[in-house]
Design a binder for this molecule. Structure first.
Ligand code: PGA
Length: 248
């Protein structure tokens, strides 16, 4: 379960949130990732020390270094202790003009520095309504993974986030999310073979909350969630981490 805090919280709030969360998820064997704003990364990293919670950042540049005002490099991210980097979040694509080509360079750079890319893909409402969801997903997957071959399934995470479901309170139905994620896994299988495709974590993201996580996680191809709003409170994110799937 991955938390994307986006541009929220201050240092004190971040520390308290992690401390409360660690208490609330004590004993879980589920994998947890927290991606705070970059300037709060060290606080979160320190607060997670000694726990199994992994940490990541929400973006980075693809170049080694250079005149890129405001950016951070993979080396900086790695040195700070991060294990993961979110790449191509729809907010980065829509607001900051990130293209699949840029995402592909970031994926390769992340991998070169031993960071696991969490690559986000997803269609807009218009694209869904015009029936082009899978075409959009295929274009994003092919473009953003261009030139990248993970050596094992744990070197890549994909997050399927339909743009219309992010921060809107609208969630894809578990069946719709499953359909697209199954499609993603089939594409990964074509690219990388079944063994790797089956072990890549494919997450669903978009208004995941305590009251819908169980149903989503009951779907066979959904391995976890990328959570924005509901990751900003310890209690709700802990409930998501501690999701419950009942055998049918
Ligand atoms: P949300 O955000 O859970 O607030 O919809 C998800 C995301 O953008 O990763």
């Amino acid at each position: 379960m991955a938390a994307n805090w986006k541009m929220h919280l201050n240092r004190r709030e971040a520390k308290t949130l992690v401390e409360d969360l660690l208490k609330a998820i004590d004993g879980t064997s589920n994998e947890v990732l927290i991606c705070p704003p970059t300037l709060l990364f060290d606080t979160v990293q320190a607060a997670c020390k000694g726990s199994k919670v992994a940490t990541g950042v929400q973006n980075m540049h693809f170049a080694d270094k250079g005149a890129f005002t405001g950016e951070v490099s993979a080396e900086m991210v790695k040195e700070a202790g991060a294990g993961y980097v979110i790449i191509g979040h729809s907010e980065r694509r829509a607001i900051f003009g990130e293209t699949d080509e840029m995402c592909a360079k970031k994926v390769l750079q992340a991998d070169a520095f031993g960071l696991v890319p969490v690559l986000c893909v997803g269609e807009s409402l218009q694209e869904r309504e015009s029936g082009s969801t899978t075409k959009v997903i295929d274009t994003q997957l092919n473009g953003s993974l261009e030139g990248f071959t993970p050596t094992s399934g744990d070197r890549l995470v994909i997050a399927y986030e339909p743009v219309w479901a992010i921060g809107t309170g609208k969630t894809a139905t578990p069946a719709d999310a499953e359909t697209v994620i199954k499609h993603i896994r089939e594409r990964l299988s074509e690219k990388y073979g079944e063994r790797i495709a089956n072990s890549v974590r494919v997450l669903y993201g978009g208004s995941v909350k305590p009251d819908n996580v169980d149903e989503l996680m009951a779907q066979p191809n959904i391995d976890g969630a990328l959570v924005g709003g509901a990751s900003l409170e310890a209690e709700s994110f802990a409930r998501i981490v501690n999701f419950q799937v009942h055998a049918k």
